[in-house]
Design a protein around this ligand. Structure first.
Ligand SMILES: [Zn+2]
Length: 243
């Protein structure tokens, strides 16, 4: 485990980041996220079992996620989706679990946070087949410009991580350039995907300004505009942080 939650929040606040979403990827971490969000006013939770972890995903797990999803501080179902990079879970098993997660998000009226790795076509197809929730986010967006345009057409949000700062990420920056301000979000994926110049160290929310700056550059707008837009978009997607 990393730093205590209160320290992570304090470090984030010191650079003006006041609102965080902590995201589950197993049943245990989803329960942890829900209870952490209940404890800290600045934190919301997303709950789900990650596509690489769904070999043992049961109907009882789905019921428990559906019940966590009704909690007021649980604001999204995620990370769910498809990951064809690793081959630990059969695509058919991933797809069935993804469909279940989409249904849970829709029943609870919560946002959907998607993990899509090497699976753009199947993710988009299954969203169309099941019918997407009102608010759908591609976390750590990793597509090229044709993928970002397909997401824009469908009104899906694209969340950019530290990868947008990487030297070899020209295609990702080109993709970002095709996204309107109304559909962008930023995230850490902590402790992974640390932005430059801290790549190689553990990521944490206080480093998000580097990602905001690189994204602003890629979009050809000011960093203040990106900061304002991502704050407003996050509130639209995840709901109000106001007490
Ligand atoms: Zn992910």
């Amino acid at each position: 485990m990393g730093l205590p939650v209160a320290e992570v929040i304090a470090a984030a606040r010191s650079v003006g980041v006041r609102r965080l979403v902590t995201v589950g990827d197993t049943m245990a971490s989803s329960r942890w996220c829900a209870s952490t969000a209940a404890t800290y006013a600045d934190v919301f939770a997303a709950v789900a079992v990650h596509p690489n972890e769904v070999n043992d995903f049961t109907a009882a797990d789905a019921d428990e996620l559906a019940s966590l999803a009704t909690l007021p501080h649980v604001r999204a179902i995620g990370e769910t989706g498809l990951d064809y990079y690793w081959d630990t879970v059969e695509p058919a098993i991933q797809q069935a679990a993804f469909r279940t997660h989409i249904e849970i998000a829709k029943s609870a009226g919560k946002a959907l946070v998607i993990h899509d790795r090497n699976a753009h076509d199947d993710v988009l197809r299954i969203l169309e087949e099941v019918g997407p929730p009102e608010r759908t986010v591609f976390h750590c967006f990793s597509g090229d410009v044709s993928m970002s345009k397909r997401c824009v057409e469908r009104g899906y949000y694209m969340s950019f991580s530290g990868t947008v700062t990487f030297k070899n990420a020209a295609a990702l920056r080109e993709a970002a350039n095709a996204v309107p301000l109304e559909l962008v979000l930023v995230e850490t994926d902590a402790p992974f995907l640390t932005p430059m110049p801290y790549r190689g160290q553990p990521n944490s929310p206080y480093l998000i300004p580097y990602t905001v700056r690189a994204l602003a550059d890629a979009m050809g707008v000011g960093e203040d505009e990106v900061a304002a837009a991502t704050a407003a978009n996050a509130e639209r997607v995840f709901g109000s942080w106001a007490p």
